[in-house]
Design a protein. Structure first.
Length: 281
């Protein structure tokens, strides 16, 4: 299937942005990756395990290899924070001032393996530790989220914005469950779910952090929070979110958000103090 069009990919729009060249290249990568993911989605999978519940497929590795090799060829001085390469010990999960591509080849691998179409590729570029380009593409559902810093946030070419709600009781909340299923960690996670569920309309656990943050950016989810996320899960989505008028923080509502800190709250400014009070209790 063709990648959906976006105004940011036309030559007239965003032409003043210094990041336009990177965005156009990232969009090409997302389209190529989307074709690979969509074809593999319908085919038998060869699965291996990082641990008992953390899956990785041939496709995760193939997509990441394709994306990284093309970036290395075009921008040899750039570096990477990429899921499978970090799992293999090739890179560290840290941002430096060097231009850094933050890549999750398939976010939602478990969904992908089970033929549940809520999965995507996530590509972000950080320059001087600031995310300046973000693309999240779900080729199975033909859903493309795009953002350039300072240029707004889009879903399939339409401008998106976060919820205007300010009352938790009316909120649909997204979250995720950790790979660490130890009794101590599950008690923390389920305690948090219990406190949140008591105060909100309902909770969803969809299985892709990247898409969940994008769904907050477009106002479908009002809040998303999760512990245990990695930079590659949320980097692109967090640019979508902030460009759509939202805020991303850690569990304490910190003003300076560190995407490598393994936790995220994504929402609007009015709901942030209310939800932080529940999850950080």
């Amino acid at each position: 299937s063709q990648i959906p069009t976006t105004p940011l990919s036309s030559s007239e729009s965003a032409s003043a942005s210094p990041y336009k060249e990177y965005f156009d290249f990232a969009l090409e990568l997302a389209e190529a990756a989307g074709k690979m993911i969509n074809e593999a989605f319908h085919a038998p999978k060869l699965i291996s395990f990082k641990d008992q519940v953390d899956l990785v497929t041939e496709s995760d590795k193939a997509v990441e290899d394709m994306v990284m090799s093309r970036i290395k060829a075009k921008y040899p001085s750039h570096t990477f924070v990429a899921e499978e390469s970090i799992a293999a010990g090739d890179f560290d999960e840290v941002l430096t001032d060097t231009p850094t591509w933050i890549i999750d080849p398939i976010d939602g691998t478990t969904n992908f393996v089970h033929k549940h179409p809520f999965a995507c590729i996530s590509i972000a570029l950080a320059i001087d530790q600031v995310i300046v380009v973000g693309i999240v593409y779900n080729p199975m559902m033909e859903e493309l989220f795009t953002a350039i810093k300072g240029e707004g946030s889009y879903r399939n070419g339409e401008t998106i914005s976060v919820t205007k709600k300010d009352n938790l009781k009316h909120c649909l909340v997204g979250t995720g469950f950790p790979y660490d299923r130890s009794p101590e960690n599950l008690a923390l996670v389920l305690g948090r779910v219990s406190r949140v569920l008591t105060e909100v309309r309902d909770i969803r656990r969809a299985g892709s952090a990247a898409l969940d943050v994008c769904y907050v950016a477009m106002g479908v989810l009002d809040i998303y929070y999760e512990a245990g996320v990695h930079a590659w899960d949320i980097a692109a989505g967090c640019l979508m979110l902030t460009e759509a008028g939202g805020v991303a923080t850690g569990f304490k509502g910190e003003e300076k958000f560190d995407i490598c800190n393994r936790e995220v709250v994504a929402t609007n400014a009015a709901l942030l103090p209310q939800i932080v009070k529940l999850i950080d209790a």
